[in-house]
Write a protein that binds this ligand. Structure first.
Ligand code: HEM
Length: 182
């Protein structure tokens, strides 16, 4: 039988009990971590951030928008008509129009409305069909090219992108056979 003092046994038991207690404490259920959204600094619950916004897909700009919308197209047509009227090679074609205020105003309005309609501006062109509008004017191919030359000058002056210029010219090109009549 092993000999020992009561005091010695008691110390050993104490050591075992302490060690067990420590171990249980260390392995006990973990303290829940403070919730980052509701328990900021231990004071009142922090406000929840707003839910993430759904990104609105960007609506692509129309050619009309890129030309400056109503104002830009209006300025473009005004500048264009000034050029047409100042061009000697187009005197024959525009001589009567220049002197007739009502026809001149209508011409400018219809050009702007047509350009708006053709470039996605949402207008409805209410003017005459190209064949009808130019009937009897006997517009030649040479005059057609001067008209396009003047339009090009305006687009360049207004710094319209080359891709947009191409889009406009392909649109105008389709009307050539209705404007230039044999
Ligand atoms: C694609 C090229 C062209 C377009 C988009 C165009 C467009 C128009 C438009 C919208 C009108 C007004 C129609 C209306 O009154 O209802 C018009 C009239 C007229 N256009 Fe053009 N045009 C083009 C080419 C030309 C050319 C090359 C000339 C001459 C060089 C010309 C000379 C005229 C004249 C003189 C009128 C006035 C007719 C009138 O009031 O009786 N156009 N054009």
């Amino acid at each position: 039988m092993r000999k020992g003092t009561f005091a010695g046994d008691r110390e050993r038991w104490l050591a075992v009990v302490l060690a067990l207690g420590f171990a249980v404490g260390a392995c006990g259920p973990p303290h829940p971590a403070p919730h980052p959204l509701t328990e900021g600094d231990g004071g009142s619950p922090a406000e929840l951030p707003p839910p993430p916004q759904q990104a609105t897909p960007a609506v692509p700009k129309t050619l009309y928008d890129r030309l400056g919308g109503k104002e830009g197209v209006g300025q473009l047509i005004e500048a264009f008509v000034q050029k047409l009227y100042g061009e000697k090679r187009l005197n024959r074609a525009f001589a009567k129009l220049k002197k007739d205020a009502a026809r001149d105003t209508k011409f400018r309005e219809m050009l702007a409305e047509q350009l708006c309609a053709e470039t996605g501006g949402g207008c409805t062109y209410a003017g005459k069909e190209m064949k009808i509008a130019h009937k009897g004017l006997r517009i030649t191919n040479a005059e057609w090219h001067v008209f396009i030359e003047k339009f090009t000058e305006i687009l360049v002056e207004r710094k319209v992108e080359e891709d947009d210029q191409s889009e406009i010219f392909s649109m105008l090109g389709k009307m050539q056979k209705e404007v230039v009549l044999k």
